[in-house]
Design a protein around this ligand. Structure first.
Ligand code: GUN
Length: 299
């Protein structure tokens, strides 16, 4: 039976560590780190995600503010507000919850957040720095996956990793962290990485996964990764989160991409959904906000 990777517990440990570090930071005479979230429209999922982030911020001693705007805010108004926050010395981290309404250019918005306050790591200059193994703010979910691997002492050096999913915010940066040179700034992991995606034929996906020491999947396709695709003893990290109706209870529940009940009989380590990568994303946002605060204080 696989060892459970308890993301909830590991995220809680990280939050405790951060809480202590932030107390010390304030004792040294600094103000508390500050995170501002921008939430546009009334999407219930976005509302919940932002509420969870703000709760986590308060829990670790980060001052958090949520600015809510109706979905008819213009791109120009939004960009102007982000620029004000960029210039505000009291603000360390800025987060624009995605998705934004269709009439707003998401890339423009991500690029408008100044690199030093870009706690999501979505500004294209920060993404470029990540691709060059340079010190930068790294997107929270990929950073959370990296931290789970490190804290569970799963060997990556020279190992075969398959990343399933090539999204720019998750799959791609995960592949970057896993394959990159650990001697450089991003503390990367020196693995041999294969990226599979929607046009990888199913038989090839199965073949690549079966040869992998670590499978990381981020597709949002429930049941895509079955037990027969996992090598005995491999680590399985499931980033997928899909809301489905439980056929037995009729209630909503969250599931990942992996057939968890069967895959855990073969894998060496496995993340549950929920309680695996999800809580790590929030913990890493807190970590990024504190990094941003420390960097801005140096300036
Ligand atoms: N929407 C879904 N995930 C994320 C995230 O990690 N950051 C932001 N800003 N929006 C999201």
């Amino acid at each position: 039976m696989a060892k459970l990777i308890d993301g909830k517990q590991i995220a809680s440990d990280i939050r405790s560590e951060l809480r202590e570090q932030i107390v010390k930071w304030i004792q040294q005479g600094h103000r508390a780190p500050q995170l501002t979230a921008i939430l546009i429209g009334d999407d219930p999922a976005s509302n919940t995600y932002v509420a969870n982030k703000m709760k986590a911020a308060t829990d670790v001693g980060i001052v958090s503010k949520t600015e809510r705007y109706s979905s008819d805010i213009t791109e120009e108004q939004l960009l102007r507000r982000i620029e004000e926050l960029n210039l505000d010395d009291a603000v360390d981290g800025i987060l624009v919850q995605l998705p934004v309404p269709d009439h707003i250019n998401e890339r423009k918005v991500c690029n408008s957040v100044s690199c030093g306050k870009d706690v999501d790591g979505f500004n294209e200059r920060n993404i470029g720095r990540l691709c060059l193994d340079m010190n930068t703010l790294i997107p929270c979910t990929p950073l959370g996956v990296q931290e789970l691997i490190k804290r569970c002492q799963i060997e990556t050096f020279g190992k075969n990793v398959v990343v399933v999913g090539r999204s720019k915010n998750v799959g791609m940066p995960i592949a970057m962290l896993l394959h990159a040179d650990g001697r450089n700034d991003t503390c990367a992991m020196d693995a041999t990485v294969t990226i599979c995606h929607r046009f990888t034929p199913p038989s090839e996906l199965a073949r690549f996964c079966k040869s992998a020491d670590i499978v990381i999947t981020a597709t949002g396709v429930p049941g895509l990764i079955t037990a027969d695709m996992i090598k005995e003893g491999a680590a399985v990290i499931d980033v997928g989160i899909t809301r489905v109706v439980d056929p037995v209870t009729g209630k909503n529940k969250l599931v990942g991409d992996v057939d968890y009940d069967e895959a855990r009989k073969v894998a060496g380590h496995i993340t549950p959904v929920p309680g695996g990568v999800g809580p790590m994303t929030v913990a890493m946002l807190m970590k990024n906000t504190f990094i941003a605060a420390k960097n801005l204080a140096k300036k």
